[in-house]
Ligand binder design. Structure first.
Ligand SMILES: [Zn+2]
Length: 275
């Protein structure tokens, strides 16, 4: 499909997703087909353009969960098995537009590439949609979910001492002043659970009640943002802190880190930025 034929806002969001897909690949956080993204674009769908983009008989797929708050909502999502580097280069053939059904129990493929009948949304779609459902239900401002495998953060979760939310955040805040300012609530931490399981989905949802980034032990992270840039920047900031820690260790030093007093001052600064 050609996303240029939809409206200007949807085309812009597709461009933003392509740009962030290129960052994820360049960062080395998206090996093979790793990672996925979704954006709730419902605010850009008017009755007129809904009619313009409608298919006569869009294929319907049921979901293993109920999403009443998302009924009728539209999402741009990356395709299952698609590589971030391909999404960056050619969004039209590697992503898909879906609409959650009116009963919230499934979704319709609204726009897809007819030359690729097997092109489906990311296999993580239920996780993404359950996060979006919670965001809408709680009246949150975020409309984007990004999942990726940042080496720096994954590496930290191979160290037992940092498989603890408080210890992990204290380390990350202490490595770089920016981190406390940008991510003052820190990252949520989910201990290792099987990917795709109900348990990891539920644990992740709980963490998103209080955090914008959730780190999965020995796997990667999910982030939410008002757009994909915000989600990416949060991950990038946390990953930079982790990288500084490892670079100090590689140089043979245990990093000193910021003092509790310095962190307290930064926390006050972050509150000023938010107000
Ligand atoms: Zn993953």
């Amino acid at each position: 499909m050609d996303f240029r034929n939809l409206n200007e806002d949807i085309f812009r969001v597709a461009g933003e997703m392509s740009e962030v897909a290129s960052y994820l690949w360049q960062k080395g956080w998206a090996e093979r087909n790793a990672g996925n993204m979704s954006v709730n674009i419902s605010e850009f769908i008017t009755p007129e353009n809904a009619a313009a983009i409608a298919n006569d008989n869009p294929p319907f797929y049921s979901l293993p969960l109920s999403l009443p708050a998302l009924a009728g909502n539209y999402f741009l999502v990356t395709g299952t098995g698609k590589r971030m580097r391909d999404i960056a280069r050619d969004f039209d053939h590697n992503a898909i537009l879906i609409r959650v059904s009116d009963d919230g129990n499934g979704y319709l493929l609204i726009k897809y590439d007819p030359s690729q009948p097997n092109l489906m949304p990311t296999s993580e779609l239920p996780s993404h949609l359950s996060i979006h459902e919670q965001l809408v239900t709680e009246g949150k401002r975020e409309r984007t979910v990004v999942h990726t495998h940042p080496n720096e953060l994954v590496s930290l979760t191979h160290i037992r001492d940092y498989c603890d939310q408080e210890a992990l955040n204290n380390l990350l805040w202490g490595m770089h002043p920016e981190t406390m300012v940008v991510v003052p609530e820190g990252a949520g931490f989910v201990p290792y659970l099987l990917t795709g399981s109900l348990e990891i989905a539920e644990a992740t949802l709980q963490k998103f009640k209080h955090h914008q980034v959730v780190v999965w032990e020995k796997h990667g992270c999910f982030a939410i943002g008002k757009d994909v840039f915000e989600a990416f920047d949060l991950i990038d900031t946390l990953a930079k802190s982790a990288l500084i820690y490892f670079q100090c260790r590689t140089a043979g030093y245990q990093p000193e880190g910021l003092t509790q007093e310095q962190l307290a001052d930064l926390k006050v600064l972050s509150e000023k930025f938010k107000s």
